[in-house]
Design a protein around this ligand. Sequence first.
Ligand code: ZN
Length: 181
Amino acid sequence: MIYPIVAFGDPVLKKEAAELPKGEDIKQLASDMFDTMYNAKGVGLAAPQIGKSIRMFVVDAEGFDEEECKGFKKVFLNPEIIEEGDTEWAFEEGCLSIPGIREEVWRPETIVVQYFDENWKQHKETLTGINARVFQHEFDHIDGILFTDHLSGLKKRLNKNRLLGISKGRVDVDYRMKFPK
Ligand code: ZN
Protein backbone atom coordinates (compact mmCIF):
# COMPACT_ATOMS: atom_id res chain seq x y z
CA MET A 1 0.00 0.00 0.00
CA ILE A 2 1.25 3.42 -0.90
CA TYR A 3 0.46 6.11 1.64
CA PRO A 4 0.12 9.80 0.82
CA ILE A 5 3.11 11.73 2.18
CA VAL A 6 2.32 14.33 4.82
CA ALA A 7 3.36 17.82 3.72
CA PHE A 8 5.20 20.53 5.64
CA GLY A 9 2.85 22.32 8.01
CA ASP A 10 1.11 19.24 9.37
CA PRO A 11 1.52 19.13 13.18
CA VAL A 12 2.45 15.41 13.07
CA LEU A 13 5.81 16.44 11.57
CA LYS A 14 6.55 18.66 14.60
CA LYS A 15 5.67 16.08 17.23
CA GLU A 16 8.00 13.83 19.20
CA ALA A 17 6.93 10.33 18.15
CA ALA A 18 6.14 7.51 20.60
CA GLU A 19 8.28 4.44 21.26
CA LEU A 20 6.98 1.25 19.67
CA PRO A 21 5.92 -1.48 22.08
CA LYS A 22 8.64 -4.12 21.85
CA GLY A 23 7.63 -7.09 19.72
CA GLU A 24 4.91 -5.23 17.81
CA ASP A 25 4.48 -6.68 14.32
CA ILE A 26 5.42 -3.87 11.96
CA LYS A 27 6.38 -5.98 8.93
CA GLN A 28 3.40 -4.96 6.78
CA LEU A 29 3.88 -1.32 7.75
CA ALA A 30 7.61 -1.51 6.91
CA SER A 31 6.81 -3.01 3.52
CA ASP A 32 4.23 -0.27 2.87
CA MET A 33 6.74 2.38 3.92
CA PHE A 34 9.33 1.03 1.47
CA ASP A 35 6.67 1.04 -1.30
CA THR A 36 5.69 4.62 -0.41
CA MET A 37 9.35 5.72 -0.34
CA TYR A 38 10.26 4.09 -3.67
CA ASN A 39 7.13 5.49 -5.31
CA ALA A 40 8.32 8.99 -4.35
CA LYS A 41 11.97 8.19 -5.26
CA GLY A 42 13.15 8.81 -1.71
CA VAL A 43 16.09 7.28 0.17
CA GLY A 44 14.45 7.45 3.58
CA LEU A 45 10.97 7.70 5.05
CA ALA A 46 9.96 8.19 8.67
CA ALA A 47 6.60 7.06 10.07
CA PRO A 48 5.42 10.63 10.89
CA GLN A 49 5.66 11.36 7.15
CA ILE A 50 2.74 8.98 6.61
CA GLY A 51 0.90 10.39 9.62
CA LYS A 52 2.01 7.77 12.17
CA SER A 53 3.66 9.24 15.23
CA ILE A 54 5.85 6.26 16.09
CA ARG A 55 9.63 5.87 16.34
CA MET A 56 10.23 4.00 13.11
CA PHE A 57 11.85 4.76 9.77
CA VAL A 58 13.09 2.96 6.68
CA VAL A 59 16.09 3.80 4.50
CA ASP A 60 17.59 2.57 1.26
CA ALA A 61 20.80 4.37 0.34
CA GLU A 62 21.97 1.71 -2.13
CA GLY A 63 21.38 4.14 -5.01
CA PHE A 64 24.31 6.29 -3.84
CA ASP A 65 27.60 5.45 -5.49
CA GLU A 66 29.49 5.24 -2.19
CA GLU A 67 31.18 2.24 -0.64
CA GLU A 68 29.43 2.63 2.73
CA CYS A 69 25.99 2.59 1.07
CA LYS A 70 26.19 -0.98 -0.24
CA GLY A 71 23.58 -3.02 1.63
CA PHE A 72 22.26 0.01 3.53
CA LYS A 73 18.60 -0.90 3.17
CA LYS A 74 17.10 -1.20 6.63
CA VAL A 75 14.17 -0.81 8.97
CA PHE A 76 14.89 1.08 12.20
CA LEU A 77 12.66 0.66 15.26
CA ASN A 78 13.11 2.72 18.46
CA PRO A 79 16.52 3.93 17.24
CA GLU A 80 18.96 5.90 19.36
CA ILE A 81 22.11 7.87 18.61
CA ILE A 82 24.51 6.92 21.38
CA GLU A 83 27.61 8.72 20.15
CA GLU A 84 28.41 11.52 17.69
CA GLY A 85 31.81 12.13 16.05
CA ASP A 86 33.46 15.56 16.33
CA THR A 87 33.77 16.18 12.59
CA GLU A 88 30.82 17.76 10.82
CA TRP A 89 30.28 18.03 7.08
CA ALA A 90 27.76 19.81 4.90
CA PHE A 91 25.54 18.00 2.41
CA GLU A 92 22.56 19.16 0.39
CA GLU A 93 19.41 17.58 1.80
CA GLY A 94 15.86 17.38 0.58
CA CYS A 95 12.74 15.87 2.09
CA LEU A 96 9.68 14.16 0.60
CA SER A 97 7.52 16.30 2.92
CA ILE A 98 9.18 19.50 1.64
CA PRO A 99 9.37 19.05 -2.14
CA GLY A 100 11.34 21.55 -4.20
CA ILE A 101 13.59 22.80 -1.41
CA ARG A 102 17.18 21.57 -1.08
CA GLU A 103 19.71 23.09 1.30
CA GLU A 104 23.07 22.26 2.79
CA VAL A 105 22.90 20.96 6.34
CA TRP A 106 25.88 20.39 8.67
CA ARG A 107 25.85 17.12 10.60
CA PRO A 108 28.37 14.79 12.28
CA GLU A 109 30.11 12.53 9.78
CA THR A 110 30.15 9.52 12.09
CA ILE A 111 27.59 8.31 14.62
CA VAL A 112 27.14 5.21 16.73
CA VAL A 113 23.54 4.03 16.74
CA GLN A 114 21.46 1.40 18.46
CA TYR A 115 18.15 0.14 17.12
CA PHE A 116 15.87 -2.85 16.61
CA ASP A 117 15.29 -4.31 13.15
CA GLU A 118 11.95 -5.59 11.79
CA ASN A 119 12.47 -8.87 13.72
CA TRP A 120 13.11 -6.97 16.98
CA LYS A 121 16.74 -8.02 16.92
CA GLN A 122 18.88 -5.32 18.53
CA HIS A 123 21.89 -3.87 16.71
CA LYS A 124 24.66 -1.44 17.57
CA GLU A 125 26.49 0.01 14.58
CA THR A 126 28.83 2.80 13.55
CA LEU A 127 27.51 4.73 10.56
CA THR A 128 29.58 7.05 8.40
CA GLY A 129 29.14 9.41 5.43
CA ILE A 130 25.85 9.16 3.54
CA ASN A 131 24.52 6.42 5.83
CA ALA A 132 25.04 8.60 8.91
CA ARG A 133 23.51 11.52 7.00
CA VAL A 134 20.33 9.67 6.02
CA PHE A 135 19.98 8.16 9.50
CA GLN A 136 20.24 11.58 11.17
CA HIS A 137 17.72 13.17 8.79
CA GLU A 138 15.19 10.40 9.49
CA PHE A 139 15.99 10.31 13.20
CA ASP A 140 15.19 14.03 13.35
CA HIS A 141 11.72 13.27 11.91
CA ILE A 142 10.79 11.05 14.86
CA ASP A 143 11.83 13.89 17.19
CA GLY A 144 9.66 16.38 15.27
CA ILE A 145 12.62 18.13 13.60
CA LEU A 146 12.84 18.96 9.88
CA PHE A 147 16.01 19.71 7.93
CA THR A 148 14.79 23.27 7.43
CA ASP A 149 14.95 23.71 11.23
CA HIS A 150 18.75 23.42 10.94
CA LEU A 151 19.08 26.35 8.52
CA SER A 152 20.42 29.79 9.42
CA GLY A 153 17.97 32.61 10.12
CA LEU A 154 18.66 34.08 6.69
CA LYS A 155 18.00 30.80 4.85
CA LYS A 156 14.87 30.27 6.94
CA ARG A 157 13.57 33.69 5.87
CA LEU A 158 14.45 33.04 2.23
CA ASN A 159 12.47 29.78 2.25
CA LYS A 160 9.52 31.06 4.29
CA ASN A 161 7.13 31.73 1.43
CA ARG A 162 7.93 28.49 -0.35
CA LEU A 163 7.34 26.53 2.85
CA LEU A 164 4.03 28.32 3.32
CA GLY A 165 3.17 27.44 -0.29
CA ILE A 166 3.92 23.76 0.30
CA SER A 167 1.66 23.73 3.37
CA LYS A 168 -1.11 25.16 1.17
CA GLY A 169 -0.70 22.50 -1.49
CA ARG A 170 1.34 24.51 -3.99
CA VAL A 171 3.66 21.68 -5.03
CA ASP A 172 4.55 19.95 -8.25
CA VAL A 173 5.23 16.31 -7.40
CA ASP A 174 4.32 13.00 -8.99
CA TYR A 175 3.41 11.30 -5.70
CA ARG A 176 0.33 11.75 -3.57
CA MET A 177 0.59 14.17 -0.63
CA LYS A 178 -1.62 15.06 2.31
CA PHE A 179 -1.82 18.76 3.14
CA PRO A 180 -2.74 20.36 6.47
CA LYS A 181 -6.33 21.59 6.71
ZN1 ZN B 1 12.62 14.15 5.47
